[in-house]
Design a protein around this ligand. Structure first.
Ligand SMILES: [Ca+2]
Ligand SMILES: [Ca+2]
Length: 419
Protein backbone atom coordinates (compact mmCIF):
# COMPACT_ATOMS: atom_id res chain seq x y z
CA UNK A 1 0.00 0.00 0.00
CA UNK A 2 0.92 3.59 -0.38
CA UNK A 3 3.11 4.83 2.42
CA UNK A 4 2.45 8.49 1.69
CA UNK A 5 1.13 10.81 4.36
CA UNK A 6 -2.27 10.82 2.65
CA UNK A 7 -2.53 7.12 3.05
CA UNK A 8 -1.53 7.08 6.67
CA UNK A 9 -4.15 9.69 7.50
CA UNK A 10 -6.73 7.66 5.69
CA UNK A 11 -5.83 4.39 7.33
CA UNK A 12 -7.43 5.46 10.56
CA UNK A 13 -10.54 6.90 9.02
CA UNK A 14 -10.81 4.07 6.49
CA UNK A 15 -12.91 5.55 3.81
CA UNK A 16 -13.75 5.16 0.21
CA UNK A 17 -14.34 8.52 -1.32
CA UNK A 18 -14.89 10.54 1.80
CA UNK A 19 -11.85 12.75 1.74
CA UNK A 20 -11.71 13.26 5.43
CA UNK A 21 -8.79 15.33 6.55
CA UNK A 22 -7.98 15.77 10.20
CA UNK A 23 -9.21 19.35 10.05
CA UNK A 24 -12.47 18.18 8.54
CA UNK A 25 -12.98 15.79 11.43
CA UNK A 26 -12.47 18.50 13.99
CA UNK A 27 -14.78 20.81 12.05
CA UNK A 28 -17.50 18.21 12.27
CA UNK A 29 -17.23 17.97 16.02
CA UNK A 30 -16.79 21.69 16.58
CA UNK A 31 -20.00 22.59 14.83
CA UNK A 32 -22.00 20.09 16.83
CA UNK A 33 -25.17 20.83 15.00
CA UNK A 34 -28.22 18.67 15.07
CA UNK A 35 -28.87 16.63 11.97
CA UNK A 36 -31.66 18.22 10.02
CA UNK A 37 -34.98 16.52 9.52
CA UNK A 38 -35.02 13.41 7.37
CA UNK A 39 -36.73 13.54 3.96
CA UNK A 40 -40.50 13.42 4.18
CA UNK A 41 -40.70 10.29 2.13
CA UNK A 42 -39.58 8.16 5.04
CA UNK A 43 -42.41 6.28 6.67
CA UNK A 44 -41.90 5.24 10.25
CA UNK A 45 -42.93 1.65 9.87
CA UNK A 46 -39.85 -0.40 10.41
CA UNK A 47 -41.06 -3.57 12.02
CA UNK A 48 -41.28 -5.37 8.70
CA UNK A 49 -37.52 -5.37 8.20
CA UNK A 50 -35.71 -8.21 9.95
CA UNK A 51 -32.25 -8.13 11.45
CA UNK A 52 -29.53 -9.99 9.63
CA UNK A 53 -26.26 -11.63 10.40
CA UNK A 54 -23.10 -12.22 8.42
CA UNK A 55 -22.28 -15.91 8.02
CA UNK A 56 -18.69 -16.55 7.03
CA UNK A 57 -18.42 -18.08 3.57
CA UNK A 58 -15.40 -19.84 2.11
CA UNK A 59 -13.39 -19.32 5.32
CA UNK A 60 -10.49 -21.30 3.90
CA UNK A 61 -10.10 -18.99 0.93
CA UNK A 62 -7.49 -16.32 1.48
CA UNK A 63 -8.33 -13.06 -0.22
CA UNK A 64 -6.70 -9.68 0.04
CA UNK A 65 -8.58 -6.41 -0.34
CA UNK A 66 -11.74 -7.92 -1.83
CA UNK A 67 -13.85 -5.12 -3.27
CA UNK A 68 -16.57 -6.98 -5.12
CA UNK A 69 -18.27 -10.36 -5.45
CA UNK A 70 -19.73 -10.97 -8.89
CA UNK A 71 -22.01 -13.68 -10.27
CA UNK A 72 -21.51 -15.23 -13.68
CA UNK A 73 -24.70 -15.26 -15.77
CA UNK A 74 -24.27 -18.78 -17.19
CA UNK A 75 -23.10 -20.60 -14.07
CA UNK A 76 -24.26 -20.77 -10.45
CA UNK A 77 -21.36 -22.87 -9.21
CA UNK A 78 -18.73 -20.17 -9.41
CA UNK A 79 -18.49 -16.63 -8.03
CA UNK A 80 -15.78 -14.08 -8.71
CA UNK A 81 -13.96 -12.08 -6.06
CA UNK A 82 -12.44 -8.84 -7.35
CA UNK A 83 -9.26 -7.92 -5.48
CA UNK A 84 -8.30 -4.27 -5.49
CA UNK A 85 -4.62 -4.79 -6.22
CA UNK A 86 -5.53 -6.09 -9.67
CA UNK A 87 -6.56 -9.70 -9.45
CA UNK A 88 -9.75 -11.77 -9.64
CA UNK A 89 -10.23 -15.15 -7.98
CA UNK A 90 -13.05 -17.65 -8.03
CA UNK A 91 -14.84 -19.41 -5.19
CA UNK A 92 -17.14 -22.42 -5.32
CA UNK A 93 -20.70 -21.15 -5.58
CA UNK A 94 -22.15 -24.56 -4.77
CA UNK A 95 -20.22 -25.12 -1.53
CA UNK A 96 -19.70 -22.26 0.91
CA UNK A 97 -17.34 -24.41 2.96
CA UNK A 98 -15.03 -25.12 0.06
CA UNK A 99 -11.49 -23.84 0.34
CA UNK A 100 -10.86 -24.19 -3.35
CA UNK A 101 -10.12 -21.01 -5.21
CA UNK A 102 -8.38 -20.10 -8.38
CA UNK A 103 -6.76 -16.87 -9.52
CA UNK A 104 -8.32 -16.26 -12.93
CA UNK A 105 -7.10 -12.75 -13.76
CA UNK A 106 -3.98 -10.82 -12.87
CA UNK A 107 -3.59 -7.33 -14.33
CA UNK A 108 -1.44 -5.87 -11.56
CA UNK A 109 0.97 -4.84 -14.30
CA UNK A 110 -1.42 -2.16 -15.52
CA UNK A 111 -3.50 -1.37 -12.44
CA UNK A 112 -2.42 1.44 -10.14
CA UNK A 113 -3.48 0.59 -6.60
CA UNK A 114 -1.17 2.82 -4.64
CA UNK A 115 -3.82 4.61 -2.60
CA UNK A 116 -6.90 3.27 -0.91
CA UNK A 117 -9.38 4.43 -3.55
CA UNK A 118 -7.36 3.22 -6.51
CA UNK A 119 -7.02 -0.20 -8.06
CA UNK A 120 -9.16 -2.73 -9.83
CA UNK A 121 -12.50 -1.45 -8.59
CA UNK A 122 -15.18 -3.39 -10.43
CA UNK A 123 -15.94 -6.15 -12.90
CA UNK A 124 -19.05 -7.24 -14.79
CA UNK A 125 -20.00 -10.07 -17.07
CA UNK A 126 -21.89 -9.18 -20.20
CA UNK A 127 -25.47 -10.48 -19.81
CA UNK A 128 -24.91 -12.57 -22.94
CA UNK A 129 -21.57 -13.81 -21.71
CA UNK A 130 -22.46 -17.40 -22.64
CA UNK A 131 -22.55 -16.31 -26.28
CA UNK A 132 -20.00 -13.48 -26.50
CA UNK A 133 -17.41 -14.33 -23.81
CA UNK A 134 -17.12 -10.70 -22.69
CA UNK A 135 -15.93 -9.51 -19.28
CA UNK A 136 -15.63 -5.82 -18.38
CA UNK A 137 -13.23 -4.35 -15.83
CA UNK A 138 -12.92 -0.87 -14.40
CA UNK A 139 -9.61 0.19 -12.87
CA UNK A 140 -7.26 3.10 -12.28
CA UNK A 141 -3.96 3.55 -14.07
CA UNK A 142 -1.15 6.10 -14.20
CA UNK A 143 1.04 7.84 -16.80
CA UNK A 144 -1.25 9.58 -17.28
CA UNK A 145 -3.49 9.21 -14.23
CA UNK A 146 -6.81 7.90 -15.50
CA UNK A 147 -9.71 5.54 -15.00
CA UNK A 148 -10.04 2.76 -17.55
CA UNK A 149 -13.00 0.67 -18.68
CA UNK A 150 -11.90 -2.37 -20.65
CA UNK A 151 -13.26 -5.55 -22.18
CA UNK A 152 -11.56 -8.91 -21.76
CA UNK A 153 -12.21 -12.41 -23.08
CA UNK A 154 -11.87 -15.77 -21.39
CA UNK A 155 -9.95 -18.75 -22.68
CA UNK A 156 -11.72 -21.56 -24.55
CA UNK A 157 -12.51 -23.45 -21.37
CA UNK A 158 -13.99 -20.27 -19.88
CA UNK A 159 -11.76 -20.45 -16.83
CA UNK A 160 -9.05 -17.82 -17.20
CA UNK A 161 -9.71 -14.20 -18.10
CA UNK A 162 -6.91 -13.36 -20.51
CA UNK A 163 -5.01 -10.11 -19.86
CA UNK A 164 -3.76 -10.01 -23.44
CA UNK A 165 -7.30 -9.76 -24.78
CA UNK A 166 -7.83 -6.33 -23.24
CA UNK A 167 -9.65 -3.82 -25.43
CA UNK A 168 -9.93 -0.37 -23.90
CA UNK A 169 -13.49 0.92 -24.18
CA UNK A 170 -13.16 4.23 -22.40
CA UNK A 171 -10.57 6.23 -20.50
CA UNK A 172 -11.33 9.15 -18.21
CA UNK A 173 -8.52 11.49 -17.13
CA UNK A 174 -8.31 11.60 -13.33
CA UNK A 175 -7.06 14.86 -11.84
CA UNK A 176 -6.53 13.46 -8.34
CA UNK A 177 -5.93 10.09 -6.74
CA UNK A 178 -9.27 9.83 -4.95
CA UNK A 179 -12.94 9.62 -5.98
CA UNK A 180 -12.66 7.22 -8.89
CA UNK A 181 -16.00 5.56 -8.28
CA UNK A 182 -16.90 3.06 -9.37
CA UNK A 183 -19.13 0.26 -10.33
CA UNK A 184 -19.53 -1.21 -13.81
CA UNK A 185 -22.65 -3.25 -14.42
CA UNK A 186 -25.28 -4.06 -17.01
CA UNK A 187 -28.86 -2.96 -16.75
CA UNK A 188 -31.94 -5.00 -17.54
CA UNK A 189 -31.89 -3.09 -20.86
CA UNK A 190 -28.56 -4.69 -21.79
CA UNK A 191 -26.73 -1.36 -21.57
CA UNK A 192 -23.48 -0.85 -19.68
CA UNK A 193 -23.69 1.52 -16.72
CA UNK A 194 -20.62 2.93 -14.99
CA UNK A 195 -20.35 5.22 -11.98
CA UNK A 196 -17.44 7.65 -12.13
CA UNK A 197 -16.42 9.86 -9.19
CA UNK A 198 -15.87 13.61 -9.30
CA UNK A 199 -12.14 13.22 -9.90
CA UNK A 200 -11.07 13.90 -6.36
CA UNK A 201 -9.50 16.40 -4.00
CA UNK A 202 -12.13 18.01 -1.76
CA UNK A 203 -15.14 20.20 -2.56
CA UNK A 204 -15.10 19.20 -6.27
CA UNK A 205 -12.80 22.18 -6.96
CA UNK A 206 -13.47 22.26 -10.70
CA UNK A 207 -17.23 21.91 -10.38
CA UNK A 208 -17.35 18.65 -12.34
CA UNK A 209 -20.54 17.59 -10.57
CA UNK A 210 -22.68 20.08 -12.46
CA UNK A 211 -20.48 20.17 -15.58
CA UNK A 212 -22.04 18.15 -18.39
CA UNK A 213 -18.94 18.33 -20.59
CA UNK A 214 -17.05 15.83 -18.42
CA UNK A 215 -17.78 12.24 -17.47
CA UNK A 216 -16.49 12.84 -13.95
CA UNK A 217 -19.17 12.83 -11.22
CA UNK A 218 -21.60 10.94 -13.42
CA UNK A 219 -23.33 7.68 -14.07
CA UNK A 220 -22.86 6.94 -17.75
CA UNK A 221 -24.79 4.55 -20.01
CA UNK A 222 -23.29 3.14 -23.17
CA UNK A 223 -24.05 0.39 -25.66
CA UNK A 224 -21.19 -2.08 -26.05
CA UNK A 225 -23.14 -4.64 -28.04
CA UNK A 226 -21.73 -3.61 -31.39
CA UNK A 227 -18.82 -5.48 -32.85
CA UNK A 228 -15.95 -4.05 -34.79
CA UNK A 229 -13.95 -0.88 -34.58
CA UNK A 230 -16.18 1.35 -32.48
CA UNK A 231 -15.73 0.59 -28.78
CA UNK A 232 -19.22 1.73 -27.88
CA UNK A 233 -22.20 3.65 -29.16
CA UNK A 234 -24.62 6.04 -27.50
CA UNK A 235 -28.08 4.62 -26.85
CA UNK A 236 -30.61 6.74 -28.71
CA UNK A 237 -32.71 7.15 -25.57
CA UNK A 238 -29.94 8.61 -23.41
CA UNK A 239 -31.15 11.87 -21.83
CA UNK A 240 -28.76 14.33 -23.51
CA UNK A 241 -28.35 12.92 -27.01
CA UNK A 242 -29.94 15.99 -28.59
CA UNK A 243 -27.64 18.51 -26.93
CA UNK A 244 -24.34 18.94 -28.75
CA UNK A 245 -22.73 20.69 -25.78
CA UNK A 246 -23.19 17.73 -23.45
CA UNK A 247 -21.37 14.40 -23.28
CA UNK A 248 -24.00 12.01 -24.62
CA UNK A 249 -22.82 9.13 -22.44
CA UNK A 250 -24.27 10.86 -19.36
CA UNK A 251 -27.21 9.13 -17.71
CA UNK A 252 -27.24 11.02 -14.40
CA UNK A 253 -25.04 13.70 -12.79
CA UNK A 254 -24.21 15.67 -9.69
CA UNK A 255 -22.82 12.50 -8.10
CA UNK A 256 -19.76 12.84 -5.92
CA UNK A 257 -18.44 9.32 -5.72
CA UNK A 258 -20.74 6.36 -6.19
CA UNK A 259 -18.60 3.54 -4.93
CA UNK A 260 -21.31 0.90 -5.31
CA UNK A 261 -24.58 0.70 -7.20
CA UNK A 262 -26.90 -2.13 -8.25
CA UNK A 263 -30.08 -2.87 -10.13
CA UNK A 264 -33.10 -4.36 -8.42
CA UNK A 265 -33.74 -7.40 -10.59
CA UNK A 266 -37.47 -7.27 -9.86
CA UNK A 267 -38.19 -3.79 -11.19
CA UNK A 268 -35.00 -2.26 -12.62
CA UNK A 269 -34.52 0.35 -9.89
CA UNK A 270 -30.93 1.59 -9.89
CA UNK A 271 -29.80 2.02 -6.27
CA UNK A 272 -26.59 3.83 -5.44
CA UNK A 273 -24.64 4.90 -2.40
CA UNK A 274 -23.04 8.28 -3.02
CA UNK A 275 -20.19 8.96 -0.63
CA UNK A 276 -20.37 12.32 1.10
CA UNK A 277 -17.66 14.75 2.06
CA UNK A 278 -17.70 15.84 5.71
CA UNK A 279 -21.31 15.50 6.76
CA UNK A 280 -23.81 13.44 4.79
CA UNK A 281 -23.79 9.98 3.22
CA UNK A 282 -26.62 9.27 0.84
CA UNK A 283 -28.59 6.57 -0.90
CA UNK A 284 -30.00 7.53 -4.29
CA UNK A 285 -32.37 6.05 -6.79
CA UNK A 286 -30.64 6.93 -10.04
CA UNK A 287 -32.98 7.93 -12.86
CA UNK A 288 -32.51 9.08 -16.43
CA UNK A 289 -31.19 12.63 -16.60
CA UNK A 290 -31.28 13.03 -12.82
CA UNK A 291 -29.24 15.74 -11.11
CA UNK A 292 -28.21 14.57 -7.65
CA UNK A 293 -26.90 17.91 -6.53
CA UNK A 294 -23.14 17.66 -5.96
CA UNK A 295 -21.32 20.03 -5.45
CA UNK A 296 -24.22 22.36 -4.73
CA UNK A 297 -25.62 19.90 -2.25
CA UNK A 298 -24.26 17.24 0.05
CA UNK A 299 -27.11 14.86 0.75
CA UNK A 300 -30.24 17.00 0.95
CA UNK A 301 -28.28 19.97 2.32
CA UNK A 302 -26.75 23.00 0.69
CA UNK A 303 -23.02 22.71 0.14
CA UNK A 304 -20.49 25.34 -0.77
CA UNK A 305 -17.27 26.97 0.17
CA UNK A 306 -17.90 29.02 3.26
CA UNK A 307 -16.23 31.07 5.89
CA UNK A 308 -16.01 29.41 9.25
CA UNK A 309 -19.25 29.91 11.10
CA UNK A 310 -21.28 30.99 8.10
CA UNK A 311 -23.86 28.74 6.52
CA UNK A 312 -23.78 27.97 2.84
CA UNK A 313 -26.35 29.77 0.79
CA UNK A 314 -29.45 27.69 0.22
CA UNK A 315 -29.56 26.30 -3.27
CA UNK A 316 -33.08 26.61 -4.55
CA UNK A 317 -33.20 24.30 -7.47
CA UNK A 318 -36.16 21.97 -7.73
CA UNK A 319 -34.46 20.00 -10.45
CA UNK A 320 -32.00 18.49 -7.97
CA UNK A 321 -33.05 15.12 -6.64
CA UNK A 322 -32.77 14.53 -2.92
CA UNK A 323 -31.41 11.28 -1.59
CA UNK A 324 -33.83 8.52 -0.70
CA UNK A 325 -32.17 8.44 2.70
CA UNK A 326 -29.07 9.95 4.21
CA UNK A 327 -27.06 9.67 7.41
CA UNK A 328 -24.69 12.00 9.14
CA UNK A 329 -21.13 11.47 10.20
CA UNK A 330 -22.05 10.53 13.74
CA UNK A 331 -23.44 7.32 12.23
CA UNK A 332 -20.78 6.58 9.66
CA UNK A 333 -18.19 8.03 7.31
CA UNK A 334 -18.48 6.41 3.91
CA UNK A 335 -21.50 4.68 2.45
CA UNK A 336 -21.25 1.32 0.68
CA UNK A 337 -24.29 0.88 -1.54
CA UNK A 338 -25.73 -2.63 -1.54
CA UNK A 339 -28.39 -4.77 -3.14
CA UNK A 340 -32.11 -5.48 -2.95
CA UNK A 341 -32.80 -8.98 -1.69
CA UNK A 342 -34.78 -11.02 -4.23
CA UNK A 343 -33.84 -14.51 -3.14
CA UNK A 344 -36.23 -17.22 -1.96
CA UNK A 345 -34.36 -18.51 1.09
CA UNK A 346 -35.40 -15.61 3.37
CA UNK A 347 -38.91 -14.43 2.42
CA UNK A 348 -38.82 -11.94 5.31
CA UNK A 349 -36.02 -10.10 3.49
CA UNK A 350 -37.93 -9.85 0.22
CA UNK A 351 -37.51 -6.42 -1.31
CA UNK A 352 -35.17 -5.10 1.39
CA UNK A 353 -32.35 -2.90 0.15
CA UNK A 354 -29.27 -3.51 2.27
CA UNK A 355 -26.42 -1.00 2.49
CA UNK A 356 -23.63 -0.28 4.93
CA UNK A 357 -21.19 2.20 6.29
CA UNK A 358 -17.73 1.13 5.29
CA UNK A 359 -15.97 2.63 8.28
CA UNK A 360 -18.40 1.88 11.14
CA UNK A 361 -19.56 -1.54 9.95
CA UNK A 362 -23.23 -0.66 10.36
CA UNK A 363 -25.71 -2.28 7.96
CA UNK A 364 -29.13 -0.78 7.28
CA UNK A 365 -32.18 -2.15 5.51
CA UNK A 366 -35.03 -0.30 3.87
CA UNK A 367 -37.90 -1.10 1.58
CA UNK A 368 -39.34 0.96 -1.20
CA UNK A 369 -43.12 0.95 -1.43
CA UNK A 370 -43.99 3.21 -4.35
CA UNK A 371 -42.99 6.70 -3.25
CA UNK A 372 -42.74 5.65 0.38
CA UNK A 373 -39.64 4.33 2.04
CA UNK A 374 -40.01 1.94 4.95
CA UNK A 375 -37.03 2.32 7.23
CA UNK A 376 -34.14 2.52 7.19
CA UNK A 377 -33.41 0.40 10.23
CA UNK A 378 -30.11 -0.84 11.53
CA UNK A 379 -30.13 -4.56 10.75
CA UNK A 380 -26.59 -5.34 11.92
CA UNK A 381 -23.66 -3.69 13.63
CA UNK A 382 -20.38 -5.25 12.68
CA UNK A 383 -17.60 -3.04 13.97
CA UNK A 384 -14.17 -4.25 12.98
CA UNK A 385 -15.31 -5.20 9.50
CA UNK A 386 -14.74 -2.66 6.77
CA UNK A 387 -17.63 -3.52 4.47
CA UNK A 388 -16.32 -2.79 1.01
CA UNK A 389 -19.13 -4.25 -1.08
CA UNK A 390 -22.23 -6.36 -1.37
CA UNK A 391 -22.99 -8.66 -4.28
CA UNK A 392 -25.85 -10.79 -5.53
CA UNK A 393 -25.65 -14.40 -6.70
CA UNK A 394 -27.87 -15.76 -9.45
CA UNK A 395 -30.25 -17.27 -6.87
CA UNK A 396 -30.64 -13.90 -5.15
CA UNK A 397 -28.38 -14.68 -2.20
CA UNK A 398 -26.57 -11.55 -1.09
CA UNK A 399 -22.95 -11.72 -0.07
CA UNK A 400 -20.66 -9.10 1.41
CA UNK A 401 -16.92 -8.71 1.23
CA UNK A 402 -14.88 -7.02 3.93
CA UNK A 403 -11.45 -6.05 5.07
CA UNK A 404 -11.11 -7.34 8.60
CA UNK A 405 -9.77 -5.09 11.35
CA UNK A 406 -7.92 -2.72 9.05
CA UNK A 407 -7.32 -1.92 5.44
CA UNK A 408 -4.20 -4.05 5.64
CA UNK A 409 -6.03 -6.89 7.31
CA UNK A 410 -7.20 -10.10 5.68
CA UNK A 411 -10.22 -10.05 3.42
CA UNK A 412 -13.35 -12.04 4.21
CA UNK A 413 -16.50 -13.11 2.38
CA UNK A 414 -19.89 -13.39 4.08
CA UNK A 415 -23.33 -14.68 3.27
CA UNK A 416 -26.20 -12.46 4.39
CA UNK A 417 -28.56 -14.43 6.60
CA UNK A 418 -31.92 -13.22 7.98
CA UNK A 419 -32.47 -13.65 11.69
CA1 LIG B 1 -9.61 10.58 -9.02
CA1 LIG C 1 -26.69 14.15 -3.80
Amino acid sequence: MNSSSHSSILLSSTIFGALLSISAVSDCHAQDEKPEAAPERIVDNTTAIPSISFQRAWPGVKTRRPVQIVARPDRDDVLYIVEQLGRVRTVDGSDLASASSQMVLDIRDRVNARSNEEGLLSMAFHPEFAENNQVYCYYTAVNPRRAVLSRFSMDEQRVMILPETEEVILEVPEPYWNHNGGTVLFGPDGMLYLSIGDGGAADDPHGYGQDLTTLLAKVIRIDVSGSGKIPYTIPSDNPFVDDDSVRPEIWAYGLRNIWRMSFDRANGDLWAGDVGQNKWEEIDLVVKGGNYGWNKREGAHPFGRQRRGSRPKQVVDDSMIDPVVEYGHREGLSVTGGNVYRGTEYPQLEGVYLYADYAFGTVWGLRRDGDDIIGPVVVLKKPGSLISSFGEANDGTIYAVTFEESERGPGAIWKIVAR
